[in-house]
Design a protein around this ligand. Structure first.
Ligand SMILES: Cc1ncc(COP(=O)(O)O)c(C=O)c1O
Length: 384
C-alpha cells in the first residue's frame, strides 16, 4: 500500500543486514558461528573513556540539546589530535564539526552539494554509504573501479570528460574498506590536483586513519599542500578507540564544505549527546599507546589469518592497515560465503556487496581473538 520512493528503490538492501539474517539462522541451528563479517572491534572502549562518560552523564548541563557543530572543547581536542598525530593545523572554530559517527556525515554530504543528475565519483568496491547517499540526494553514481593490478587505487584520468564536468564529489577512502589498500603520496597528490582542477569536492573517508600496522602511519589528505581548498576529511572514534556504539566522529578541512554539511545537519539532527562528546575528549586527549596497542593486536591476528589462508592456497597480500583481509576466491563471492558459513560456521562478507568490482573477492575482519581466528583457519582447512 505504501510504495517506497523511486530513490529508495534504487538502493539495494543493506548487505550487512542480510548476512546477519543468514548468521542468525545458523546460530538457531546450534552452530558455533565465528563471525569475521562486520567491521566492529571486539576490543573494549578504554576504561578512562567510559569513566569520563559516567561522570558527564550526571551533569545537568550535559543533558540539554547540544550545539549543532559540537562543543568547542570537543572540536579543540580533535584539532589537537590532528596536530599531534598528523602535524596538521586545524582551526577548531571553523575547520572541525562533530558528527554522529562518520557514517552520518558521509550520508549527508551529497544532500548539501549534489543537484538532480549531478555525478558523484564512487570507489568500487567501497563502503555502501557513498552509493546510497548519492542516490538519496538525487545524484548519479559513477563507479571508479579499484583493481588489484593498480593496488586498489582508482584511475582518475580514465573518468570521461563529460562525467568530470558534471561531478560534484569524489569519495576516496584510505586505508580502504574493503580492500585494506593504502594510498601513498603520489596518488594523494594527484587526487587533490584532480579535484582542484575540476572544482570537485574531495571527500576523504579516513575512518581507518589510525589502524596502521607494523608501524605504518596512514596519511591524512590534509597533510598535503593546498588540500584545504577542496578537501573534507571524515574521521571517527569508532575504530581508533573501539567506540563504534557511541556514535561520534568529526569532519574537518575546507570551511565552506563544512558549512554546507552543517546546513543539512541543522535540519536533520540536533548534535551529539554532550556526555558522549566529553568521553570523546578524554579519548582524543588520552594516551596514544592505546592506539598502538590496538594495532599490535590486529597485526598479530592478521598474521594468523593471512598465513592460514596462504597455506590453503589463497594468494593473499599482508595488509598494512585496517583490520580487513581481502581475498580473491576465484568464484562467486556469495557462493563462497554461503559455503564457508554452511560448511564451517564462518561468517565473511561477499565482495559483491561493496560494488560490482568486488565480485570474486571476500572480506574477512580480524575482529576476534587470535585463538578464534586460528580455530576459523582450522575449520577452513577441514572444509577445503
Ligand atoms: C569505510 C568506512 N567509513 C565509515 C564508516 C563509519 O564509521 P562510523 O560511522 O562508526 O564513524 C565505516 C564503518 O564501518 C567504514 O568502514
Amino acid at each position: 500500500m505504501f510504495e517506497l520512493s523511486e530513490r529508495m528503490k534504487k538502493i539495494p538492501p543493506y548487505l550487512f543486514a542480510e548476512i546477519d539474517a543468514m548468521k542468525r539462522k545458523k546460530i538457531a541451528e546450534g552452530v558455533k558461528v565465528i563471525d569475521l563479517g562486520i567491521g566492529d572491534p571486539d576490543l573494549p572502549t578504554p576504561r578512562h573513556v567510559v569513566s569520563a562518560m559516567q561522570r558527564a552523564v550526571e551533569k545537568v548541563e550535559r543533558q540539554k540539546y547540544p550545539s549543532y557543530e559540537g562543543m568547542l572543547e570537543f572540536r579543540e581536542s580533535a584539532a589537537d589530535f590532528y596536530r599531534r598525530r598528523k602535524g596538521v593545523k586545524l582551526d577548531p572554530k571553523k575547520e572541525v564539526i562533530a558528527l554522529i559517527g562518520s557514517k552520518e556525515g558521509i550520508a549527508h554530504l551529497p544532500l548539501a552539494f549534489v543537484n538532480e543528475n549531478d555525478y558523484v565519483l564512487v570507489p568500487d568496491p567501497g563502503y555502501p554509504v557513498y552509493y546510497a547517499s548519492t542516490v538519496m540526494a538525487g545524484g548519479r553514481v559513477y563507479y571508479l573501479p579499484l583493481r588489484e593490478e593498480n593496488d586498489f587505487l582508482p584511475d582518475l584520468d580514465a573518468v570521461p570528460g563529460d562525467i568530470v564536468r558534471k561531478a560534484k564529489i569524489l569519495f576516496l577512502n584510505y586505508p580502504n574498506n574493503p580492500t585494506s589498500a593504502v594510498a601513498e603520496r603520489e596518488f594523494i597528490r594527484s587526487a587533490i590536483d584532480f579535484c582542484t582542477d575540476n572544482r570537485i569536492i574531495l571527500a576523504h573517508d579516513y575512518a581507518y586513519g589510525e589502524i596502521g600496522l607494523d608501524g605504518y602511519r596512514p596519511k591524512s589528505f590534509l597533510e598535503f599542500e593546498n588540500a584545504f581548498e577542496v578537501t573534507i576529511e571524515f574521521n571517527s572514534l569508532s575504530k581508533t578507540y573501539n567506540m563504534t556504539g557511541w556514535r561520534i566522529g568529526f569532519a574537518c578541512g575546507n570551511e565552506e564544505i563544512l558549512k554546507g554539511l552543517l546546513k543539512v545537519k541543522t535540519n536533520v539532527d540536533s548534535g551529539v549527546f554532550e556526555a558522549v562528546q566529553e568521553a570523546a575528549i578524554a579519548a582524543l586527549r588520552g594516551d596514544d599507546s592505546i592506539i598502538e596497542e590496538n594495532c599490535r593486536i590486529y597485526a598479530e591476528r592478521r598474521d594468523v589469518l593471512v598465513e592460514g589462508l596462504r597455506k590453503l592456497g589463497f594468494n593473499v597480500k599482508k595488509p598494512r592497515a585496517t583490520f580487513y583481509v581481502w581475498v580473491r576466491v576465484g568464484e562467486s563471492s556469495i557462493e563462497f560465503v554461503k559455503r564457508i558459513l554452511d560448511g564451517a560456521g564462518i561468517v565473511a562478507t561477499p565482495g559483491i556487496g561493496f560494488g560490482p568490482s568486488g565480485e570474486g573477492y571476500v572480506r574477512f575482519a580480524v575482529t576476534r581473538d587470535k585463538e578464534v581466528i586460528a580455530e576459523a583457519v582450522n575449520r577452513l582447512e577441514k572444509l577445503f
